[in-house]
Ligand binder design. Structure first.
Ligand SMILES: *Cc1c(COP(=O)(O)O)cnc(C)c1O
Length: 459
């Protein structure tokens, strides 16, 4: 398909100048960062694709909300504004703001995990996986097999494998399973969407066995846009109707608002059970802050209240998903493999295919991420064996099903010309791929190691 770029449904009102270093300068910066892109200074990066989390550009309406934020400790009007909008969009009785997605996980997951042994998801995102483990449960992924084949262009590669789910429940015993999680979109599988049909079927199975169903809701709007485009039943539905249809299947949700709600900080917990909500409030007060601010300032609550709604705008979502589709179409022209079709928040380049000579234990996804920095000042990250922590029991390195280099695209931040710089860098790297060598970890933390690990290049 010819690359199409849907023009921005906004204009630029404030700019942030970027520094452009030379290759020699970047080599020095990367060595000083111990070959971990998280240790780079942002000012030394030209195009920052490390994450789409909290890196979004807020609108003029959100910035005026920031000025209007009510900073009262208890009962701030910004809290009520947020709760009203969140209830309206998600249709949940109880909503608790927290400061980000992992805070929602820290507060909610131990409540569900009490006395249980396992949790099953289509795929756990890394922080969710970590919090399931910290709560004493074993996280199990149960994604459809298409997700593991990067060249298979299925519509809903993020789906739960519902047949396997039922088998797993019988194998492990329903009474031992804390929660069944549907991550929408499926971040770790490449931002791949989950169909409403799959959410319904997952919910039916969970409830058949009396297990609570949770949505990991970071990309509630992007997922719904894909549903509208790809699931016939919803071709004429509004984004909000699709969100209602999806969320009505779940008993609770955790959400990182730093993604689709287009803010720089924030998160939500939703639940329907008063009993769970009471526990959520208690844990929130201990870990996050009082119930009516949940670790956020009033201005953050206000910006989030507005952003939750802005994220639903279809012109915006067409442009937003369109940026990924543009990148994907340009990579298709070049024969560069990625998790196809393009996901919602980024392009996940198949580093295993681009750097076939680098084995998984020398981290091809991480290697390509560093190479993009050296080539063009682009900061990306690994979603592969480097990101995966060691086996908690054997302490062996674990091989990931994927070796991706994730190019996460912040919302409303980069232009078409920036996207072209990314593609040109990948082309240059592809052309000298055989000369590129992998890396070795020399220092690592036991959990979420990729954030702080130190590495050396292999000779
Ligand atoms: C980002 C993300 C989280 C964690 O949220 P933070 O705000 O980064 O703490 C959890 N789940 C998914 C699917 C995410 O994308």
């Amino acid at each position: 398909m010819k690359p199409i770029y849907y023009p921005e449904p906004f204009r630029i009102k404030a700019v942030e100048p970027l520094k452009m270093l030379t290759r020699a300068e970047r080599e020095k910066k990367l060595a000083e960062a111990n070959y971990n892109e998280f240790a780079l200074k942002a000012e030394d990066v030209y195009i920052d694709l490390l994450t789409d989390s909290g890196t979004n550009a807020m609108s003029s309406a959100q910035w005026s909300g920031v000025m209007m934020g009510d900073e009262s400790y208890a009962g701030a009007s910004s809290y009520f504004h947020l709760i009203e909008n969140a209830k309206d969009i998600f249709g949940f009785e109880f909503i608790q703001p927290v400061h980000q997605g992992r805070a929602a996980e820290k507060v909610l997951i131990p409540i569900l995990a009490e006395g249980k042994k396992y949790a099953i998801a289509n795929m756990f995102f890394d922080t969710t996986r970590a919090h399931v483990g910290l709560a004493g449960c074993i996280p199990i992924d149960c994604v459809v097999p298409e997700a593991l084949d990067t060249t298979c262009r299925a519509d809903f590669k993020g789906n739960m494998d519902t047949e396997k789910l039922e088998k797993l429940i019988k194998e492990y015993g329903a009474e031992n399973i804390a929660v069944i999680v549907e991550t929408i979109t499926n971040n770790s599988a490449g931002g791949q969407p989950v169909s409403v049909a799959n959410i319904r079927e997952t919910s039916r199975i969970a409830h058949k066995y009396g297990i609570p169903m949770m949505i990991d809701a970071a990309r509630y709007a992007e997922n719904s846009y894909f549903v509208k485009k790809r699931e016939k039943e919803f071709a004429n539905s509004s984004i909000k109707d699709i969100i209602h249809e999806s969320f009505k299947c779940a008993d609770c949700f955790t959400m990182s608002a730093k993604k689709d709600a287009i803010v720089n900080m924030g998160g939500l917990i939703g639940c329907r059970s008063k009993e769970i909500y009471d526990k959520v409030k208690q844990r929130c007060i201990s870990f996050e802050g009082f119930v009516t601010y949940g670790g956020m300032s009033g201005r953050d609550l206000e910006a989030l209240a507005i952003g939750l709604k802005e994220g639903l705008d279809e012109d915006y979502l067409r442009y937003r998903i369109g940026q990924m589709e543009y990148l994907a179409a340009r990579l298709d022209e070049e024969g560069i493999a990625y998790q196809a079709p393009a996901g919602g928040h980024g392009i996940f380049v198949d580093a295993k295919k681009l750097l076939p000579h680098i084995p998984w234990y020398q981290y091809p996804g991480h290697t390509l991420a560093l190479e993009l920095y050296l080539e063009a000042g682009i900061r990306a990250c690994d979603i592969g064996s480097y990101m995966l922590d060691r086996d908690p029991v054997t302490h062996e390195e674990q091989q990931s099903a994927f070796e991706f280099t994730r190019l996460a695209i912040p919302r409303r931040v980069y232009t078409q010309a920036h996207l072209d710089v990314i593609v040109d860098a990948l082309i240059n790297i592809r052309d000298r791929a055989s000369e590129i060598k992998g890396y070795k970890i020399v220092e690592e933390a036991p959990v979420l190691r990729h954030f702080t690990a130190k590495l050396v290049p292999l000779k």
